[in-house]
Design a binder for this molecule. Structure first.
Ligand code: AMP
Length: 218
């Protein structure tokens, strides 16, 4: 199964994509995670992306398109994939169509469904500004919604919990504005191809997981 998760930052795409990977073996392709890893490793890709990410802006299309193309061709994606945070612009969506069409498989590949996660803006700001990530294992917590047992310490591995630089409120507002301008038009792009399902994403992780499964037929 080949899925796209669309939705504003903080709408839970990453959490839900990770669940589909764990429970159904679909490969989670998160461009945000790949870029953050590149920044942490100080690679040329990371150095190019860092300034855009810190401001809450998108990195250039050509950079992310290259990343996704390489990932899609990897063996781990054979059982299917969830694109988490890609495409985010019309240019990326068109590039994805071309990659899928020319995919080295009989007759290329097709997107089965694009899932749009829907949460209201104030809830997103509250979710993102309270989010904390483990420096060591990347586990996610939230100061009020899912706090760690010990303040500032990861339950899973004992690592230090930190706030992503782009989860500060001013940067969150910029990320939401970029979503509205560049990414929201993709809902029409996929609706026009009869591929869009809208999922209410304000509930618990389990409720949203059930809604996503129903939307994609899993
Ligand atoms: P995310 O974790 O998905 O919210 O992504 C964090 C940041 O990585 C975004 O604010 C962008 O700067 C960058 N990024 C992630 N995915 C993309 C994409 N598909 N296109 C452009 N920039 C991206």
């Amino acid at each position: 199964m080949h899925l796209i998760f669309l939705g504003p930052p903080g709408s839970g795409k990453g959490t839900q994509a990770a669940l589909l990977e764990e429970r159904f073996g679909l490969c989670q392709i998160s461009t945000g995670d790949i870029l953050r890893q590149a920044v942490a490793d100080g690679t040329p890709l990371g150095n190019e992306a860092k300034a855009c990410m810190d401001r809450g802006d998108l990195v250039p299309d050509r950079v992310v398109i290259g990343i996704v193309e390489e990932k899609l061709k990897g063996a781990e994606c054979r059982k299917g994939f969830v694109l988490d945070g890609f495409p985010r612009t019309t240019g990326q969506a068109e590039a994805l169509d071309a990659i899928m069409r020319d995919f080295p498989a009989p007759d290329g590949l097709r997107i089965d469904r694009a899932v749009a996660f829907q949460v209201d803006e104030e809830a997103l700001v509250a979710r993102l500004s309270g989010r904390r990530t483990c420096e060591a294992c990347q586990a996610m917590f939230h100061l009020t919604l899912s706090p760690p047992r010990v303040d500032g310490v990861c339950d899973r591995c004992g690592g230090r919990l930190v706030q992503r630089p782009d989860d500060r409120e001013d940067v969150i507002r910029q990320r939401l504005a970029v979503y509205e301008e560049s990414t929201r038009p993709l809902l029409d792009y996929y609706a026009g191809r009869d591929l869009l399902s809208r999922v209410p994403a304000g509930g618990t992780v389990d409720e949203v997981h059930a809604a996503v499964k129903a939307a994609v037929g899993l």
